[in-house]
Design a binder for this molecule. Structure first.
Ligand SMILES: Nc1nc2c(ncn2[C@@H]2O[C@H](COP(=O)(O)O)[C@@H](O)[C@H]2O)c(=O)[nH]1
Ligand code: MN
Ligand code: MN
Length: 477
């Protein structure tokens, strides 16, 4: 293990105050000996850097999918008090409200008589790739509706049901959104892209429920062994990226203006109650709403394909849940035994609220929220649920994926798209992407082993297993 960090348990380590100068609290990260080789010193330094930020509460935290990111490590979680706390775009990421949703179907694998045709139809129904343009570009006033109402806008337009909204974190809408804090340039980037998957790590995957770990929770979530499901991973596209870029500039200036000392300028931040902090929060919330509308529109496109192919109605394809994994939100957590409103930054981390949370729909409060963790196009993804331990230890947070271990350039030197496709084909997994490079960059080998990452969060008590989801066919952006 890295010099200077101390082991607390089989799955938890501490980065003590002093690891980097100016730390206000210690860092804590969750990992296992089996994942030690994947740990980057740079990411632990970033975890320690976050601990120097004004007002940080308890610990700077990182999940087992930790890897190097912009400012904060990916897999990072940090909470700040509403008074005297700060907000930082580096703690959210460029793809604001990148997230994952899981949709079930009434189908079994045997019903997929032409999997290739299904994947091809999905590929054509959901615009995919770097500059993907929407089949339904929106007007400027529609865009304002999207930024204000998120998934609610999409449902109002006929792209889903009220039940979909209930099954989204925040009901698919951050009420604090301020479209006026979103630049014209960001709006221009957003107009042609609602309902598009984007590029890179974003995906749409047809999966089968391989194994149930908790039958009661699976029943409650509407999931059963052998069932075909669809997982969607994407975010706020060019609009979110532009919001982050625009506000980083103002927050870099604000960092100086408010005399905040930081070890890394990528941690640029401003007091939560400052004009700069408020503007970023309002714009970030608007971009988060764009992402929810985007995933909702893609859901509609997916349901239409399944309806045509299998004569099933959209109601037979309910949303299990939709989670955000790049976001900052005000939430109430126990701090020193007192219920306190804090701004939780999750940067490549997933909310994992436990049983009894008032933020969950009544039918889920007995068990906790569904937590959806993707693996890779060749390894399993997982459905888990939130726990009270996560509430106590990590501000109700868990990991967001397996976590990348190899850069895109190294991946292209190591794998070819054809090779990866052939190997996945041998396991019966179909891959469709705009080009071969996209497949090489996303080979399963660029990610940590998802099963071990999940084992760590379960052993640490941050989530509890519900079901394993195995890939059948994937569309990569
Ligand atoms: N099931 C799949 N999971 C995938 C695929 N590509 C990536 N991933 C996982 O998603 C997370 C998301 O990470 P992000 O930081 O890029 O948002 C990543 O860590 C992988 O574990 C895929 O094609 N299918
Ligand atoms: Mn993303
Ligand atoms: Mn993501």
């Amino acid at each position: 293990m890295l010099k200077g960090v101390t082991q607390i348990s089989d799955v938890e380590w501490e980065v003590p105050i002093g690891y980097v100068p100016g730390m206000k609290v210690s860092g804590r990260f969750f990992l296992s000996n089996g994942l030690e080789a994947t740990l980057e010193e740079g990411a632990i330094r970033q975890l320690a850097n976050v601990a120097t930020m004004p007002g940080i509460i308890n610990h700077s935290l990182a999940m087992p999918d930790i890897h190097w990111g912009y400012g904060f490590p990916i897999g990072g979680v940090a909470a700040f008090p509403r008074e005297n706390g700060v907000i930082s775009p580096g703690g959210v990421g460029f793809d604001i409200n990148c997230g994952v949703r899981l949709i079930t179907t009434p189908l079994k694998v045997k019903d997929l008589t032409s999997k290739k045709a299904l994947i091809e139809e999905l590929f054509h129904a959901v615009p995919t790739g770097v500059g993907a343009k929407s089949a339904r570009p929106v007007s400027s006033s529609d865009l304002t509706g999207i930024l204000t109402d998120g998934a609610g806008w999409a449902v109002e337009q006929g792209f889903g049901t009220e039940h979909d909204l209930v099954r989204c974190e925040e009901q698919g809408r951050m009420k604090e959104a301020n479209p006026d804090a979103v630049s014209q340039k960001a709006r221009q980037r957003g107009i042609p892209q609602p309902g598009t998957l984007g590029a890179g790590n974003h995906f749409l995957e047809v999966q089968v429920v391989g194994e149930i770990a908790d039958h009661k929770a699976a029943g409650l979530f509407g999931v059963e062994q052998g069932q075909v499901c669809v997982m969607i991973h994407c975010g706020s596209r060019g609009l979110g990226h532009q919001v982050c870029t625009d506000h980083l500039k103002t927050l870099e200036a604000a960092t100086k203006k408010y005399g905040i000392n930081l070890p890394d300028r990528q941690l640029a931040c401003a007091p939560l109650d400052s004009p700069e902090g408020t503007a970023y929060f309002g714009a970030m919330a608007a971009a988060a709403n764009y992402a929810w509308a985007n995933r909702q529109m893609i859901t509609h496109q997916v349901r239409q394909v399944f309806s045509r192919a299998f004569r099933i109605s959209p109601e037979e394809m309910p949303l299990v849940y939709d989670v955000a994994h790049n976001i900052a939100k005000f939430e109430t957590h126990q701090v020193n035994g007192v219920a306190t409103e804090v701004c939780v930054h999750r940067k490549g981390a997933t909310r994992a609220f436990g049983p009894g949370s008032p933020d969950l729909p009544p039918e889920l409060t007995s068990i906790g929220q569904p937590v959806i963790i993707p693996g890779s196009m060749g390894t399993s993804s997982y459905l888990l649920h939130g726990t009270s331990t996560a509430m106590e230890r990590t501000f109700g947070s868990t990991c967001h994926g397996a976590g990348r271990v190899m850069s895109r350039s190294e991946a292209k030197r190591t794998f070819t798209g054809q090779q990866v496709k052939a190997r996945l084909g041998e396991s019966g997994i179909l891959v469709r992407a705009p080009n071969d490079a996209a497949i090489a960059e996303e080979a399963p080998g660029v990610y940590k082993p998802s099963g071990e990452v999940i084992r760590v969060v379960i052993e640490a008590g941050l989530s509890a297993g519900v079901a394993r989801l195995d890939p059948l066919g994937v569309i990569k952006g």
